[in-house]
Design a protein around this ligand. Structure first.
Ligand code: SF4
Length: 352
């Protein structure tokens, strides 16, 4: 039986991971949210630090959002952290701080979709729900030769039913872990290890030379180019930051004052723009340095970034704006996107 073969493979090949050592739905939930869009190796340290600082739902519910975002700094997709925090508060107030123990109730929680609900329901409570993530789509599409698009409603429904059938009477907790791990380590997106695969004899894709064609996606999401000009405004060991408020990437994280364009613009033209003139007027300033293009890639956005280091009396600027003046020693108190964090690390290193 396919489920037994996958489980046997898992028992011999699985990685030791901290979230596999627990049945605590809270910890499993944190790990699942972290693992969305993040590699396992990266998530381990973040997970351990997070659980150390917020060992229970109640600790997370009581935390300030800024603390949660700071712990999340560098992981990206910050709405995940905001949703976790909001959901912890809901569990605390509406469920007496006890994580719900049915798939349907788990699915009602903010930021939890069908995959995560099934993962928590099966890993923590051994409930029979097949957890279908990108790994599972890949494994099932290749083994059975399924050519339905994995990002279509019809395809999702179909894969969910095939995953449930494949699970059969196997223990949900082990089967789900096993097939996800199989996709993560064995049946990987490029160059899967078919030559040492225990399933190759019955694998449709392998036997029909379609490994590279499966799974199928219907839409290709376009990558958007954005042009960021970050103004690092400093005076001795102080500099300016602002909170990103808009519904955009990095909401509620901190950054330097930003001028954004939809096309690249030379620095001398930037100095003539309305944004620049509104910000600086006739104030005295010294452009200390202008960086080259720093390309920061997000999943569907390329941020072409230039850092402009300006020395000036920043207190004068603050009178007209919402900017916050902070000292280098206060950097650990604020969550920054990785792009800013890397720049700050360089600045601090050059000043110590
Ligand atoms: S034979 Fe290759 S494509 Fe088929 S399940 Fe194994 S690793 Fe995946």
């Amino acid at each position: 039986m396919l489920s037994n073969q996958i489980i046997n493979w898992y028992l011999q090949n699985k990685r030791e991971l901290p979230w596999r050592e627990t049945k605590d739905p809270y910890q499993i939930w944190i790990s699942e949210i972290m693992l969305q869009q993040t590699r396992v190796a990266t998530a381990i340290d973040y997970f351990n630090r997070f659980i150390e600082q917020f060992p229970t739902i109640s600790d997370l519910a009581k935390a300030k959002e800024q603390e949660v975002l700071k712990l999340w700094q560098g992981l990206g997709y910050y709405s995940r952290a905001r949703n976790l925090h909001a959901t912890a508060k809901i569990i605390q107030s509406q469920y007496n701080g006890i994580f719900p123990d049915s798939y349907e109730e788990i699915l009602k929680l903010k930021g939890i979709g069908s995959y995560t609900a099934a993962a928590i329901a099966s890993f923590a409570f051994n409930l029979p729900h097949a957890a279908v993530d990108g790994n599972v789509y890949r494994v099932l599409s290749r083994i059975y030769g399924i050519d339905k698009a994995i990002d279509s409603t019809e395809g999702k429904k179909y894969f969910q039913s095939i995953a449930s059938e494949t699970m059969g009477n196997a223990r949900p907790e082990i089967f789900n872990q096993a097939i996800i791990e199989f996709g993560a380590l064995q049946c990987i997106p490029r160059n899967p290890k078919c030559d040492i695969c225990p399933l190759f004899a019955n694998c449709f894709a392998y036997n029909n030379a379609q490994v590279d064609q499966l799974p199928i996606k219907s839409k290709q999401i376009k990558t958007k180019n954005r042009y960021f000009y970050y103004l690092f405004l400093s005076c001795k060991s102080q500099f300016l930051i602002e909170k990103r408020e808009k519904k955009d990437i990095w909401e509620n994280l901190f950054q330097y004052p930003l001028i954004e364009y939809n096309k690249p613009i030379p620095t001398d033209e930037l100095l003539q723009t309305l944004e620049w003139k509104e910000l600086f007027g006739n104030k005295n300033m010294l452009i200390h340095s202008v960086s080259g293009n720093v390309l920061h890639k997000l999943s569907h956005q390329n941020l072409h970034t230039t850092f402009i280091h300006i020395e000036m009396d920043i207190k004068k600027l603050k009178k007209n704006t919402d900017y916050k003046i902070i000292n280098y020693s206060e950097i650990p108190n604020y969550p920054f996107p990785k792009l800013i964090e890397d720049h700050l690390n360089m600045i601090v290193k050059n000043n110590t």
